[in-house]
Write a protein that binds this ligand. Sequence first.
Ligand SMILES: Cc1cc2nc3c(=O)[nH]c(=O)nc-3n(C[C@H](O)[C@H](O)[C@H](O)COP(=O)(O)O)c2cc1C
Length: 478
Amino acid sequence: MTTFFSRNALPALIQGGMGIAISNWRLARSVARRGHLGVVSGTAIDRVVACRLQEGDQDGLVRQAFDAFPNREMADRVYARWHRPEGLPEAGAYRPVPMFSADPPAHLLELAVIASFTEVWLAKRSASGPVGINLLEKIQAPTLPLLYGALLAGVDYVLMGAGIPRDIPSHLDALSQHQPCSLKLKVEGGEDESIPFDPSQFACQDTPILRPKFLAIVSSHVLAMSLARSGGVDGFVVEGPTAGGHNAGPRGWSPAANDEPVYGPKDAVSLERIKALGLPFWLAGGQEEPDALQRARELGAAGIQVGTAFAFCSDSGMDPRVRLKALAATISGQIKTLTEGRGSPTGFPFKVLPLPGTEGGRAAAERIRQSCLHGYLRSAFRKADGTLGWRCPSEPEELYVAKGGKAEDCPDRRCLCNGLLATAGFPHKLKEGGTELALVTTGLMENLKRFLAHAEDYDANAVIDYFCGAEAKLPATV
Ligand SMILES: Cc1cc2nc3c(=O)[nH]c(=O)nc-3n(C[C@H](O)[C@H](O)[C@H](O)COP(=O)(O)O)c2cc1C
């Protein structure tokens, strides 16, 4: 694989990681080919790759990536387990992938390792620039296998937020040496559990790995200072409350109702304090003006991270029917993005587009509490017998309460895993009947009309040209 960039040169523009599979390999590759940092989302990528295989892998690209995986027997085993040459028997009839737990079966670990390898490998295929992977700290159980697979594919950056990713740098050190490590799993109502991970079980030790840079995504200078003290962080993405997806809550915040969180002066991030840490940083959230990059640099930043503008371009992984409908509805002023205080089971504010025909367009009274099919946002809890259980405040209330959860945690929650997979074009059949509805998360969309002045759609190049000028594109192959 040939790369045209220096690992020491900092990207001016980062295309933000957007789960589930919105920032897929196609989008990240389009950005990386222009020499900027393209970021694939690692969230639920095990399931996404299993879905692509079940749909038949019609273009053979997953097979190509599997052929490049260092352990051929393992690649063949995972392929044989999930590939359906004839495709799905009916829409949404995917075979279930087991949920991650503290003790996942070997075949699930193998799927996770090779799935994140595949996504990064495809993004870096032929002549590409720098590629990163984005993971959420909140989703813990799959983290180590996903990191290892990405490292085997030569990922250049790991970006992580939605929590305090303090242990990630030491995991990257260990995994880059193919050394075992263990992840501290938070357990509600009990002591943390340790999840061991041993790379030797994948027999890939002969593959040399360059430790990727680690960028922590933060919304406060206090957290940035604390992470810098812990060491191993190579920079920060400083994300403001207008950013798409999950946001940090205002200081001291706990929503009683599903109100939009209100941010005040105490939530302002001191860029001076961040600059004083001596590490590069990028500004994210509402970077909309054509001179955003220049202004960020004047504030001491290395550049900007942009999400929403890329999420709605034609290279994104969003189901095109949902994407174009969302663009039309926002640009015509019919709907606006909302920040829901309680929608997400994570407890973080979460941005939702109230688009008719999607989960976000359903009023609270119309929402159906669904059985969890995917389980990424479940929390571990300690059962009375000492074993681990898993629960999510979005699941049917009686199930959640039977597992010791508090009924008051449940109102207003939405099932994000189900909805976000549907938005990426993988809607699953529900146990309750019907198929998952898409759920669109996004930042500010009104200004996306600037990309549509003379056309009905736009691509990632248009976003890059807007922020960085139309400098030469890298060739696709060498
Ligand atoms: C559709 C969508 C999904 C996102 N998902 C994630 C995610 O999985 N992890 C993450 O760290 N940030 C996520 N983000 C935030 C972006 O990476 C980025 O920081 C943010 O969108 C920048 O603000 P902007 O949308 O105003 O450009 C998401 C944003 C969008 C629009």
